[in-house]
Design a protein around this ligand. Structure first.
Ligand SMILES: [Fe+2]
Length: 393
């Protein structure tokens, strides 16, 4: 009977953690400034361990002390005040949600449009040594065992898209996201990553937000973003961390380097006689969505959206390819379980990877860094996308 009670405590504890993590993930997807979110995180940090301790001490040892007598779980349930009964029921629902997210993690496969995947991992800690560790916030995390924040995966993904004009077969896009310049991971790391990225073969370069996390690092921009010069242009949007700073100043500084801001607007290109519309969305934090509905039907639609939460809007706008970041792959992936934290209304569903939603293909990059420099099982990522037309077109 004790084992049955311990199992029941485990289910209720996991369910409790799932509910609190779900609430934190959803709140971080909203237009709320960081200082307010910090209070929510502190509450979550307190309540996750408090509930299992309460279960073990109060129900397990004091009243009715199920670890020392033969009370059945049903009897224990009925003896509790209504509020506790209600929270137990919510925790059971949380456990069901947790089980489903683990199953979804195991069965997830990249969308069928990704027809080829290659990658190379570069360990910049090994290549550059101590020069890449700075003294910004949370620098103690850099020493955390198994931290992979300096192991950058340069991925190459080939997407075959139905609406891609045959004339563009082989068109390439360099995608970077979530740079999070805080000073904790120092400039030589980012310079080296951009230097390698600049040497790749790409037609278009894009960045999907969260570039600066400090007001004192504007001078890093020319030495990083300034290294890229795509033949068909460099395009960017900002993210929620840029929104927390002086976003107008960041935007201007990046535009001064020759990058084109597409937030809330569209840039139209003529490539080999076919039209490409590149739009950007920083919703829900800033501005408005780009007006894809004003674009002719035969125009290929590329959306840069900081959060993948704009996917259903993009699908309604018949966006062909949507590139996002924001979720950092969860930053820490628990072996066998998957990521837990992802600031999205969908939780960890779109933490990273390739997803199809009707005619829209979504790619969510894991990004280069984060405010908290800790990554386990979710290495930083730079992506070169190769677009292929279907043979029937
Ligand atoms: Fe981010």
């Amino acid at each position: 009977m004790i084992w049955l009670h311990l199992l029941w405590f485990a289910i209720l504890s996991i369910g409790n953690a799932e509910i609190l993590v779900t609430a934190v993930n959803r709140l971080h997807s909203k237009k709320i400034h960081e200082p307010k979110l910090r209070h929510v995180r502190h509450l979550h940090d307190l309540l996750i361990p408090l509930w299992p301790v309460w279960l073990l001490v109060v129900i397990g040892c004091i009243r009715p002390g199920v670890l020392f007598n033969e009370t059945s779980p049903t009897e224990v349930w009925l003896q509790q005040p209504l509020m506790i009964q209600a929270w137990m029921a919510i925790c059971m629902a949380g456990f069901a949600g947790f089980s489903w997210s683990v199953i979804r993690y195991w069965i997830h496969r990249p969308a069928r449009q990704q027809i080829e995947f290659k990658s190379t991992v570069v360990n910049y800690k090994r290549e550059l040594g101590a020069t890449i560790t700075g003294e910004g916030p949370y620098s103690s995390l850099l020493n955390f065992p198994m931290n992979e924040c300096f192991k950058v995966e340069f991925t190459e993904r080939t997407f075959q898209l139905d609406r891609l004009p045959r004339e563009w077969d082989g068109l390439t896009i360099l995608h970077l996201t979530d740079l999070h310049f805080t000073g904790t991971i120092d400039l030589p790391f980012f310079e080296a990553v951009f230097e390698r990225a600049a040497q790749l073969d790409y037609d278009i370069a894009v960045i999907t937000g969260d570039i600066l996390d400090s007001d004192e690092l504007y001078d890093w921009l020319p030495r990083t973003l300034g290294q890229l010069n795509a033949p068909l242009g460099n395009y960017f949007i900002l993210g929620n961390h840029d929104w927390g700073l002086d976003s107008d100043r960041i935007r201007q500084a990046i535009c001064n380097l020759g990058w084109r801001n597409v937030a809330g607007t569209l840039q139209t290109l003529d490539i080999a006689g076919k039209r490409l519309a590149i739009g950007g969305s920083e919703r829900p934090w800033m501005g408005c969505h780009p007006a894809f509905d004003a674009v002719p039907d035969n125009t290929f639609r590329l959306l840069l959206s900081h959060t993948p939460d704009n996917l259903s809007w993009a699908r309604r706008q018949r966006v062909d390819l949507m590139l996002s970041g924001h979720n950092h792959g969860g930053q820490v992936v628990i072996p066998g379980i998957g990521p837990a934290y992802s600031p999205s209304v969908h939780g960890c569903r779109y933490a990273a990877g390739v997803f199809q939603s009707k005619s829209t293909l979504l790619f969510v990059g894991r990004g280069l860094s984060g405010k908290h420099p800790l990554r386990i099982g979710a290495t930083p990522e730079v992506t070169r996308i190769i677009l292929k037309a279907t043979s029937s077109r």
